[in-house]
Design a protein around this ligand. Structure first.
Ligand code: GMT
Length: 376
């Protein structure tokens, strides 16, 4: 098949999954064309059968709000015609599904092209619900030929908020390349991250308010009072200054290392003894899955789709949103009991391999493409 993929190319789980999917599809012999405004951050190196088309935007003084969605529709239409694409796979509904709909209509006189939209999270639970986007989000979701959601939770939210018939949405969970995300990696950065042999607590996110990074710092402060540990924060975003300020107020000093954005997060997660994800809401929690694949037990909030990924007592512990004392207790238990941590680590890896490997999930996307293509 020839597949066009659009996603947010910068930091973020939906762009990460879309890119990993494109690469995995290419490995399975499909031709993949990324149509995005920048090269997706996980698209590095040269890959046979993978191509990148940049969405070109003309700036003009009249445009206070440059019409990116229109430029994307044109780029999708161009790529579809030139490369004879079969399917346009849009990741994150806004504005991608609407742009794909326009491209489909522009092409309609020549031929039909199928649209698959994958719903990722705040396109449904937050941004899509805003009155300025709600109607177009619903319209473009319903106009897609195939729909997937990354968790059962997100499917139910889509049905509830947008009255999309449940049978239209297939739940296809996110996946991880288990050969890349694993514990026994070289180089291992443990000695650099924790030179005194401290335990390594890690958090990776885009530091938006929904991630509750302040809770990460509070939980870590309570853990550090009982266990020699360091907190490694990876990523960048608006809550970073407040999180660092709180770390300073709590006197955590050098025991909190802020690394910013990192090109190979897998190398860092391979050293983690504990991963914290105390989000207020999370449709899936890709970072938690990547941590699990790297054998890091997870302490997370029981929010949204996280319980579909992290099994309480198996790959870590789930606590109510904001329950920093209980999260710290769980963290202390994991870090101070080596046998327990080793068991959770092995189980986390096993869950990632058995339920969320690329080889288990990617064929489900192929089957979805085949189904929409068979639908005349
Ligand atoms: O929806 C968002 O906030 C953005 C999106 C992203 O690009 O990072 O995150 C969502 O999609 C990820 C990949 O499917 C999921 O792992 C995240 O849980 C989800 N974020 C939220 O639901 C807040």
């Amino acid at each position: 098949m020839k597949i066009g993929i659009t996603c947010y190319p910068t930091y973020g789980g939906s762009g990460a999954v879309a890119t990993e999917l494109g690469l995995a599809l290419a490995e399975r012999g499909h031709e993949v064309h990324f149509v995005t405004y920048a090269q997706p951050f996980r698209l590095v190196g040269l890959h046979e059968l993978v191509f990148y088309h940049e969405v070109e935007m003309e700036d003009y003084p009249l445009f206070e709000y440059p019409p990116y969605s229109l430029a994307l529709a044109v780029a999708l239409h161009d790529a579809a015609r030139r490369e004879e694409l079969d399917v346009l796979h849009m990741h994150y509904a806004i504005p991608h599904a609407a742009a794909a709909y326009l491209a489909k209509q522009m092409l309609a006189a020549e031929r039909d092209i199928k649209i698959v939209t994958t719903l990722h999270g705040t396109d449904i639970t937050l941004v899509g619900l805003h009155p300025s986007f709600r109607a177009i989000t619903r319209f473009s979701i319903l106009q897609s030929d195939g729909l997937s959601a990354v968790s059962q939770f997100l499917k139910e939210e889509t049905v509830r908020h947008f009255s999309v018939p449940p049978h239209r949405i297939e739940v296809i969970p996110n996946f991880v390349d288990i050969d890349v995300w694993r514990r026994d990696r070289e180089p291992c950065h443990r000695s650099k991250l924790a030179p005194e042999g401290e335990k390594i607590v890690m958090h990776v996110s885009n530091f938006r308010a929904v991630k509750r990074v302040q809770d990460v710092v509070e939980v870590f402060a309570k853990i550090r009072a009982k266990v020699r540990a360091r907190l490694v924060l990876v990523g960048e975003g608006p809550e970073r200054p407040r999180a660092l300020e709180r770390a300073a107020e709590l006197g955590l000093g050098d025991d909190v290392r802020f690394l910013g954005r990192h090109a190979s997060v897998e190398e860092l997660l391979a050293c983690a003894d504990l991963f914290l994800l105390p989000s207020a809401s999370e449709s899936f929690g890709l970072a938690a899955l990547e941590a699990m694949a790297c054998g890091a037990p997870v302490v997370a909030s029981r929010a949204g789709g996280i319980p579909e990924v992290v099994e309480d007592g198996v790959s870590g512990y789930l606590l109510p949103v904001g329950a920093v004392d209980a999260m710290a207790e769980a963290g202390i238990r994991i870090l101070s009991d080596d046998a327990h941590r080793t068991q959770l680590s092995a189980q986390a890896r096993q869950v990632a391999v058995e339920r969320f490997s690329a080889s288990a999930i990617v064929p489900r996307y192929e089957a979805l493409y085949e189904r929409v293509l068979a639908d005349k």
